[in-house]
Design a protein around this ligand. Structure first.
Ligand SMILES: Nc1nc2c(ncn2[C@@H]2O[C@H](COP(=O)(O)OP(=O)(O)OP(=O)(O)O)[C@@H](O)[C@H]2O)c(=O)[nH]1
Ligand SMILES: [Mg+2]
Length: 351
């Protein structure tokens, strides 16, 4: 899973990135244009249990790749920022709520709700630019009578999307059929992507009423004191407790963030198991087996024949694969099967 960190300029994106990943990238380097990348492991007890059972040569936890996208999202965002944001599967908005007289706010003062709207509008405008161009082209083909049937479906889908965008609503509000959704997938609309909002607050404001109010106002949001957490991440693990306690921080935001991310972003995990490797894979809820197979390898998607599936809970209950089979809990599923959280999958394929 690839998550892009975006927001207004100097809102603390790189600081948040460091705090979440333990990286040590330079902050406050205004105008830097290169994105930062880092991968973090997702802790999962189920993987620990499966490792005990299969004793594989290798265990691979799910991971989240964070991309810190520098610069700001606004009504005329840098095309590089937009292009980088299109590449990720989900977005994290970083919104400034910290006081720091040395850091100028690009919109003058702190106003998290306004900043959230600003980001939203920025994303909507970027999507409109894409939709508009494509609608224009497809409309021409339709009026000339040379449009292919899929192109007509695509045009319908884009018009539905455009209608939402024009009303300052995200593309995700458009009600699209599965087929329509497929025709517009390649545009990677930003407002179709799930998002989570991190409110970057001062350490003395974590428990404040003001912050509570913002969290209520801003969808999918959680507070975080990025500056302090970044510093704590640089300490040895054993030294962290004391600082966290002193500051009244229950745990580092990464754990809360990951739980929130799985929840809000609608993520689930499926597993592959065997003597060689026990491994977790992260996918969106509602992903069909064939697409999930593609996560493992593109050949598995291309040559997909069927998936052999049983659930982690059934395996844990039964104790072994053989018992799962005896209990009739072992299933053969086709391409369209919707993968469930905790499924253990083996893909049969031929290319
Ligand atoms: N006081 C305080 N300052 C912060 C906090 N988070 C970030 N800053 C400061 O704000 C400035 C910008 O932080 P960055 O993390 O570089 O912000 P950014 O969003 O990555 O900036 P760009 O990539 O240039 O848009 C730096 O000087 C940080 O030290 C915070 O929680 N508290
Ligand atoms: Mg930055």
């Amino acid at each position: 899973m690839k998550i892009g960190i975006i927001g207004l300029e100097q809102s603390g994106k790189t600081t948040v990135f460091n705090a979440l990943t333990g990286a040590d990238k330079e902050v406050g380097s205004f105008g830097k244009i290169e994105a930062n990348l880092a991968v973090v492991k997702v802790p999962d007890e189920r993987i620990d249990w499966l490792t005990d059972l299969y004793k594989p040569k290798k265990t691979v936890y799910a991971d989240i790749e964070f991309v810190d996208i520098p610069g700001g999202i606004n009504d005329s965002s840098d095309p590089k920022v937009i292009a980088a944001a299109r590449e990720v599967e989900a977005l994290t908005f970083v919104i400034r709520a910290f006081d720091n007289p040395n850091v100028i706010h690009s919109l003058g003062d702190n106003d998290p709700s306004r900043d959230f709207e600003q980001i939203k509008v920025g994303l909507i405008l970027a999507d409109m630019a894409i939709a508009e161009k494509r609608i224009e082209r497809l409309s021409k083909s339709v009026s000339k009578g040379i449009a292919l049937p899929e192109e007509k479906i695509e045009l319908d889908a884009l018009e539905k999307v455009m209608k939402k965008l024009e009303n300052e609503l995200p593309a995700s509000e458009a009600e699209l059929t599965a087929q329509e959704e497929k025709t517009i997938r390649s545009f990677q609309f930003l407002t179709l992507k799930p998002y989570l909002t991190l409110l970057n607050v001062s350490d003395d404001a974590l428990q404040s009423k003001e912050v509570a109010k913002y969290i209520k106002e801003i969808p999918n949001s959680m507070p975080m004191c990025a500056n302090i957490e970044m510093e704590i991440r640089q300490l040895e693990e054993g030294d962290r407790e004391v600082f966290l306690e002193e500051l009244g921080i229950k745990e580092l935001s990464l754990n809360t963030f990951i739980r929130g991310a799985y929840d809000t972003l609608g993520l689930i995990a499926f597993f592959t198991v065997g003597e060689d490797e026990v491994r977790a894979w992260t996918i969106n809820k509602g992903t069909p087996a064939v697409t999930a197979a593609g996560k493992i390898h593109s050949d598995l998607e291309r040559g997909f024949i069927r998936a052999e599936v049983f659930s982690y809970d059934d395996l844990k209950g039964a104790g072994s694969e053989r018992e799962v089979k005896t209990a009739g809990k072992f299933r053969l599923e086709g391409k369209e099967y919707i993968v469930q959280d905790g499924d253990i999958i083996s893909v049969k394929f031929s290319v």
